[in-house]
Design a protein around this ligand. Structure first.
Ligand code: PHE
Length: 445
């Protein structure tokens, strides 16, 4: 068999992985959840969740992937050949497919808005109001499907060009551009008169919120989703890591990059929302209903708006690529298919699985799963259940199935205090925290 593909450089790997982590979750989900959960108080708990839960898991997943030397299923089989844990790779693989199936739909909405913003159609739609505009669009039979397909095709194109030539190359030029864009948008928003209220909304701590259990559930859920642990992405990307790269520093850079990006996006959005007197708690509709209205009212808003939607599309694309690579790597290795064949088959399958999500506010609007539209239900089931479950599995595989020495060496943490702390967290801290949160979410604790 030909040798496994590898990243060209450490920078390329770190930037591609930040590209995976930074996505729709950072741009609107983070700021909205932070605002709703007590601003600065939420940020504090979020930072702890990232440092104590997400970061150790990123290290564990990268180590499992590198040592496994293959797809995510292989990684779990290698770490734990005899226990039932060997099947756990399938959780992440299925999770990645399911998340991508609806993520592509939302990314398609962003692409529609970007093209409308750049070509002008979005701005002339303002008469009827963006609420009606958005609702009409997502209720449409064919249009959301076309945009969903366009986003998937772009991701497929990049992934079929391979780890170095596709994934690493695209991220290397796109991610620095996105960093510049988000900082410029933040600077612009902060320069608007009345923007300080937005800063307060995002940062001013409402300490009373710390007494609410829902804050902890929200913080952990957001940490999982935003960093993207539990979906086998780090396992898959880790399998392309040369043995010489040291994992801990990269992992720290990745989660720090993801968090800084989220804060910068919050600074771009909320000062503007407050400066224009809009509703900060609009939730999922914020990006598609509130923001277009706001762009229209601000100086140079059509340009700023086009740039914002470009940011949204590009951030979503780099995340979609990483989600797609998980099942593609699996099919390539297990069925010995070529990369292009695997991409074509998996991409088509994901498009098909995503159809009910794409139609969930239109033709299928009367279909409810657990009382929710299909897209929302899949979102909840994957981020609320599959992600944490796969997280526990990775913690068990690296913390319990591996011997102490193996684990510490695989993670480049041998003979360090940090290594001891990391292993303790994986064995006890991480599973216990996730279990409590899962039970809470299920209403059992
Ligand atoms: N982390 C990405 C975001 O913030 C989304 C994502 C979630 C990607 C889960 C992979 C797995 O949008």
């Amino acid at each position: 068999m030909a040798g496994r593909e590898h990243w060209r450089s450490r920078t390329g790997f770190v930037i591609a992985t930040i590209g995976s982590a930074v996505g729709l979750g950072n741009i609107w989900r983070f700021s909205y959840v932070a605002g709703e959960n007590g601003g600065g108080a939420f940020l504090l708990v979020y930072a702890l969740a990232v440092a104590l839960i997400a970061l150790p898991l990123v290290v564990a997943e990268l180590a499992l992937g590198r040592r496994g030397g293959g797809d995510t299923v292989t990684a779990f089989e290698a770490a734990s050949p005899k226990s039932p844990l060997r099947h756990a790779g399938w959780i992440g693989a299925c999770g990645a497919v399911l998340i991508l199936s609806y993520y592509a739909v939302v990314a398609g909405w962003a692409l529609k808005y970007f093209s409308g913003a750049a070509l002008g159609g979005l701005w002339s739609a303002a008469f009827s109001g963006y609420g009606a505009y958005f609702e009409q669009f997502i209720a449409n039979r064919g249009e959301p499907l076309a945009w969903q397909m366009a986003m998937l095709l772009m991701s497929m194109l990049v992934v079929s060009a391979g780890v170095r030539g596709g994934i690493e190359r695209l991220n290397l030029w796109l991610m620095p551009l996105l960093a510049v864009i988000v900082l410029a948008l933040a600077a612009f928003a902060l320069s608007l008169p009345g923007s300080t209220a937005g800063m307060r909304f995002l940062f001013e701590p409402d300490w009373a919120m710390l007494a609410r259990p829902s804050l902890y559930v929200a913080a952990l859920g957001q940490a999982f989703f935003s960093v993207g642990v539990g979906m086998a992405i780090y396992i898959t990307y880790g399998s392309y890591l040369p043995g010489t790269f040291r994992i801990p520093v990269s992992a720290l850079t990745i989660v720090a990059g993801d968090t800084l990006f989220a804060i910068a996006a919050g600074l771009a959005i909320f000062p503007a929302v407050f400066a224009m007197g809009a509703d900060p708690a609009a939730g999922p509709k914020l990006a598609f209903v509130t923001l277009p209205q706001l762009f229209l009212a601000m100086p140079a808003g059509t340009v700023v708006g086009s740039i914002f939607f470009f940011l949204l599309v590009a951030a979503a694309l780099t995340s979609m690529i990483s989600l797609l690579e998980v099942p593609v790597a699996l099919v390539m290795q297990r069925l010995r298919w070529s990369r292009p064949a695997a991409v074509a088959a998996v991409g088509t399958l994901i498009f098909a699985i995503g159809l009910p999500s794409a139609l969930s506010y239109g033709v299928l609007t009367s279909v409810r799963l657990a009382g929710m539209p299909v897209l929302d239900a899949i979102d909840h089931a994957t981020s609320g259940l599959l992600l944490p479950l796969a997280g526990i599995a990775a913690a068990f595989a690296a913390g319990w199935a591996w011997h102490r020495r193996t684990a510490l060496e695989a993670a480049n943490l041998a003979d360090t205090r940090l290594g001891t702390a990391w292993r303790w967290l994986l064995r006890y801290g991480v599973p216990a925290t996730i279990a409590v949160i899962l039970l809470r979410a299920a209403g059992l604790a």
